[in-house]
Design a protein around this ligand. Structure first.
Ligand code: FAD
Length: 323
């Protein structure tokens, strides 16, 4: 028996969320006294693979071929399934990322497994039953789900679990089991990078602007603060609907759900549909000129005032702190 963790790479590199899922899976593996097997798919250098042992992976499987360099949902799901069967895994953990959101249900169906996605905490384990806390209703609420199937699939939210080092000696083993040609009904031909900026779902800090910014010509103050902090930029729905910002930046119930360590909301009222996408942020800072703005109710820190005066001052302070 084992716990299997699928570790996503971005262009051959494991990001923080990848190490988070390994830390999380290791904590489960320790609790149920099973080894942790990590599976990587795609072209990743051995030194990066070896880095997974720092977070407790006892065995590291690597599946690679020309066709697997880019993410193909069906093919990746087949490989994870094959690895789970080979390693006799009772629990499979993966990241609730864009790819993970597509992979997890497909994988659960293949393994006839119970699935919990959007998970935010370690499970409580009673015998073969796992109780997991997960986000529900687009992040507006939490639910506790009980998994009692023989195999369980858990998709963990980014930034929901801290990195925990627990170094072990790990072996790297090539996983030769290749998907069938049918698994490549869809293939990625080309990846076109939309931006060189920090990717929003992965970001640890997000600077987000709303209609209070008055127009796209004022977005410079958002971008400058984001650049100073090494943050991604985001916006409310009306802002992207009006074409001030691209739709890819729209956060909320009908947009992207983010869970950064720091979310800075500037000139956003805090409608429930917006909060749905940001509620699992660790720390929320709100800047709004209206002291009654609903966003202040969920803020850890609030600044009442004019964004056009306050934001440039914060940016200048961050820059001088860094220099
Ligand atoms: P507003 O509500 O207009 O708020 C602007 C804020 O800026 C105000 O609080 C104001 O006090 C403040 N402000 C103004 N000037 C300044 C200044 N100079 N300095 C500082 N503060 C200032 N919205 C989303 O964001 N994401 C979603 O996914 C989403 N999905 C939706 C789905 C449905 C089905 C529906 C019905 C709505 C959805 N909405 C969504 C829209 C949502 O209900 C709100 O209308 C929207 O979030 C409001 O955007 P806003 O806060 O930018 O604008």
């Amino acid at each position: 028996m084992s716990v299997l963790v699928f570790v996503e790479n971005i262009e051959g590199v494991f990001k923080k969320s990848a190490h988070e899922v390994v830390s999380y899976a290791k904590a489960i593996a320790n609790t149920i006294n099973q080894p942790l097997v990590a599976l990587s798919i795609g072209d990743v250098k051995d030194e990066n693979l070896k880095g997974l042992s720092k977070y407790g992976a006892n065995r590291i499987l690597t599946a690679n071929s020309d066709k697997l360099k880019s993410f193909v949902n069906q093919a990746y799901a087949s490989i994870i399934e094959a690895a789970a069967r080979q390693e006799n895994s009772s629990i499979v953990v993966l990241s609730n990322s864009f790819s993970g959101k597509g992979l997890a249900p497909r994988l659960a169906a293949k393994l006839v497994a119970g699935l919990a996605n959007g998970v935010v905490e370690l499970p409580t384990i009673e015998g073969s039953i796992l109780r997991v806390k997960k986000t529900a209703f687009s992040g507006k609420a939490f639910a506790v789900t009980e998994l009692n199937s023989a195999v369980k699939v858990i998709a963990l939210n980014a930034n929901a679990f801290e990195l925990r080092e627990s170094p072990v000696d790990a072996e790297i083993v090539a996983f030769e089991n290749q998907p069938s040609p049918d698994d490549f009904a869809t293939v990625v031909k080309e990846i076109i990078r939309a931006t060189d900026k920090v990717s929003l779902p992965e970001a640890e800090i997000v600077v987000s602007g709303g209609r209070g910014l008055k127009g796209p010509e004022n977005w410079g103050i958002i971008e400058e603060l984001a650049e100073a902090l090494g943050a991604a930029t985001a916006c409310s729905k009306p802002v992207s609907d009006a074409g001030w910002r691209p739709h890819a930046e729209h956060v909320g119930q009908t947009g992207i759900a983010v869970s950064p360590n720091l979310y800075i909301a500037i000139g956003i009222s805090g409608a429930i549909q917006h909060l749905a996408g940001i509620s699992s942020s660790k720390t929320i800072v709100v800047i709004n000129k209206d002291p009654e703005a609903p966003f202040f109710k969920v803020a850890d820190y609030g600044i009442v005032g004019d964004a056009f005066e306050i934001v440039p001052k914060i940016t200048a302070a961050v820059r001088s702190y860094k220099n």
